[in-house]
Design a protein around this ligand. Structure first.
Ligand SMILES: *Cc1c(COP(=O)(O)O)cnc(C)c1O
Length: 399
């Protein structure tokens, strides 16, 4: 993607964010930003979204005290924000519905997106079916073969799944193909970004759509326990589920916030996706943030057992929150995440997404060291999508 700075004021979090775009996209992105700014202040739009959250997604999602897990750890009490109970099984529906509604209000004909493991594709195809708008999902041929149930879901929901057969036939090539298709007609199409990444206004807008999680969680936690949690944790891929929960507690300085990145198999290049822990500032996909990049600024290959976490960038607001020290970013390995995946499944009867299991794993360490402190984890999604993979690759040690 050609990069050129377009927006020097709006959409910055400290030195991060912005909109580094090819010239033909600058007016398009500005129009989306303006329209969002207007609709955000329009009661009917926000009410429509809230109606869907309540009656379609099933919000508010509960907070659950994981008493059995707490007992097994032998530490401070652990609570879960149950985003896994949302319709479609994860937090992504919160922002996909917002984006689909915005696209519809702007008169766009079609939603476009890429998908890796298919989670964003399924959430977007769901939102597209609901609001009645076409949906094209670009997906690498290799991922299509690997993630068959999600491909079937998207097709049943009425989306077109377009196989990408160039280069590595996976996520990065799907991003390029989707972006190219978007450039063909940015006026009638809407590129629905899957996290708090991309050019302004997406990091702000997706955060706003996810902030429902933090608002609910703060008041639910106080209602349940009479006070605020001491530690709030979430896994970080692009950073949308984390910023959604954190946004409810940013002003509460007594609450410690922890973002958990995947250290995968270790810290060699290509074996992890711990962007904030190991990266350096740079520009990718239209915004400035911490990146895993080589000396010439090219994104490095990334890996995590959780395909929703393997992105070489991260939302710009997280980069800012790291630099000012408001959020601490730490890492959890594949092995630790799998251990937490089984621990939660077997103590509570809740199978978490492998992504969410990273946050659970760090909470297990933290709870052990802080027996007097309360912990709140964003359980960003359910693990149905992961069960076959986990049994095939890790079943031996656990069955
Ligand atoms: C996609 C996904 C993530 C990672 O995305 P963020 O934008 O970092 O939240 C985490 N958990 C689940 C269940 C996901 O599907």
């Amino acid at each position: 993607m050609e990069t050129r700075q377009a927006n020097a004021v709006k959409g910055y979090f400290g030195e991060y964010g912005g909109a580094y775009l090819p010239p033909e996209l600058i007016p398009v992105m500005e129009e989306i930003a303006d329209e969002y700014e207007t609709l955000r202040r329009t009661p009917t739009f926000m009410e429509e979204l809230q109606e869907y959250y309540t009656h379609y997604v099933g919000r508010p999602s509960p907070i659950y005290y994981a008493g059995n897990l707490t007992e097994q750890i032998g530490g401070g009490p652990v609570y879960l924000k149950r985003e896994d109970l949302n319709h479609t099984g994860a937090h992504k529906i919160n922002h996909c519905l917002g984006e689909a509604l915005l696209a519809k209000h702007m008169g766009k004909m079609k939603l476009i997106a890429e998908t890796g493991a298919g989670q964003h594709g399924v959430a977007l195809a769901t939102a597209a079916a609901l609001v009645g708008i076409e949906c094209d999902i670009y997906m690498g041929q290799i991922d299509i073969e690997k993630e068959h149930p999600n491909v079937s879901r998207m097709k049943i929901l009425g989306a077109r799944v377009i196989p990408v057969t160039t280069n590595t036939k996976s996520l990065k090539d799907a991003v390029d193909a989707a972006f190219e298709a978007y450039l063909q007609d940015p006026v009638n199409q809407f590129y629905a970004i899957g996290s708090v990444v991309g050019p302004h206004p997406f990091p702000t807008m997706v955060r706003d759509f996810q902030s429902i999680v933090g608002r609910e969680a703060r008041s639910q936690f106080i209602q349940m326990t009479g006070r605020l949690p001491d530690h709030v944790l979430a896994c970080v891929g692009g950073g949308s589920n984390a910023i959604g929960l954190f946004s409810g507690f940013l002003e509460d300085n007594e609450v410690s916030l922890h973002g958990v990145e995947p250290s995968g198999k270790g810290f060699k290049d290509g074996e992890h996706a711990a962007t904030l822990t190991k990266g350096t500032p740079g520009i990718l996909h239209g915004f400035r943030s911490y990146l895993l990049q080589d000396k010439s600024g090219q994104p490095l290959p990334v890996y995590s057992v959780a395909s929703g976490l393997d992105y070489p960038g991260v939302g710009p607001e997280h980069s800012y929150l790291k630099d000012i020290g408001r959020v601490k970013y730490t890492t959890i390995s594949d092995e630790e995440a799998i251990k937490a995946f089984f621990a939660l499944s077997r103590t509570e009867g809740i199978i978490p997404a492998i992504e969410s299991a990273h946050a659970v794993a760090f909470a297990m360490k933290l709870a052990k060291e802080n027996t007097e402190k309360t912990l709140l984890i964003n359980l960003s999604g359910r693990g149905d999508k992961d069960v076959d993979f986990v049994l095939r690759h890790y079943g031996k040690g656990y069955l």
